[in-house]
Design a protein around this ligand. Structure first.
Ligand code: SF4
Length: 276
């Protein structure tokens, strides 16, 4: 496949719809297809990487940087990351503390930029950048200033932080899974609780990554994967060949990804007028 470059989406080598073949991964990640977990399990089991650094939600919207070295540990990190405060420096510290030599980082677009720049244009006198083998960025519309958002959920909807099980974006609504119930909130209603930096952020997919992952409404149950270079393409194709993932061409969903990216850009342009 020819590589194309789009201003909003960055370098696109391939775009696919991907689903894990592992029943347990699928069970835990029904909405998103579990492709990222399956790919990383593949990379770990084939010895391509010695660890995955990612964020794990702890309580409410809080999270911590964790290292997964096995399939089981990766499954433990299941759940979306987009409500977690970004913390690239904590992820960097984890890589160094645990002395990982070949690591995959699963992160948000702003973190992907940090890791991508450290790798491609190292500013520090260390081998840190060389250790980052795969940067996997998740599509992102923003992360919450979580204390303000939790306060809003408690005051307006009576939802306590400790009862929140998951937060899922569905079309123009944010679904808050709490206790045995689901609260559906129009996304526009919660925009004001996003972090200020997110309101002016223009990167939806993570243009500095090797692989971007997210989903589109028209293909629920499948992960949209964008490969950005040959290394990423090879990983995806070999994981398919070895039966870890199911793969379909995803060219027909490019328009949907672009639409979301354009909406994020428009939001940023509008907010820049007020914030800058
Ligand atoms: S919206 Fe941008 S700045 Fe905010 S978390 Fe996502 S990628 Fe980072």
């Amino acid at each position: 496949m020819m590589s194309v470059t789009d201003n909003l989406l960055g370098n696109v080598f391939g775009i696919y719809l991907v689903r894990a073949t592992d029943e347990e991964i699928l069970k835990r990640k029904v909405a998103s297809g579990g492709a990222v977990t399956a790919l990383l399990v593949y990379a770990l089991e084939k010895g391509l990487i010695d660890g995955v650094v990612t964020a794990k939600r702890t309580e409410g919207l809080e999270g911590q940087a964790v290292v997964a070295r096995t399939r089981e540990e990766l499954l433990e990190t299941a759940g979306n990351k987009w409500s977690i405060v970004p913390f690239a420096s904590r992820m960097k510290a984890k890589i160094e503390e645990e002395d990982l030599k070949n690591v995959a980082v699963v992160c948000l677009p702003c973190q992907a930029q940090f890791f991508g720049q450290m790798r491609d244009f190292p500013l520090l006198e260390s081998d840190f950048g060389e250790r980052v083998k795969y940067i996997v960025s998740l599509f992102c519309i923003g992360t919450f200033a979580f204390e303000a958002f939790l306060n809003y959920l408690r005051m307006k909807h009576g939802i306590m932080a400790q009862d929140i099980k998951d937060i899922v974006l569905k079309g123009d609504f944010l679904e808050i899974y709490h206790g045995d119930s689901v609260l559906s909130l129009p996304i526009k209603e919660v925009y004001s609780y996003l972090q200020a930096g997110c309101l002016v952020c223009t990167d939806y997919t993570g243009t500095w990554s090797d692989i971007s992952a997210g989903f589109v409404e028209s293909e629920r149950g499948w992960t949209v994967l964008i490969t950005r270079n040959l290394k990423a393409e090879e990983l995806v194709k070999s994981a398919e060949k070895d039966g870890y993932i199911e793969l379909r061409d995803g060219s027909h969903v490019m328009g949907e990804v672009l639409k979301a990216a354009r909406e994020k850009l428009a939001r940023a342009q509008k907010n820049m007028m007020y914030l800058l």
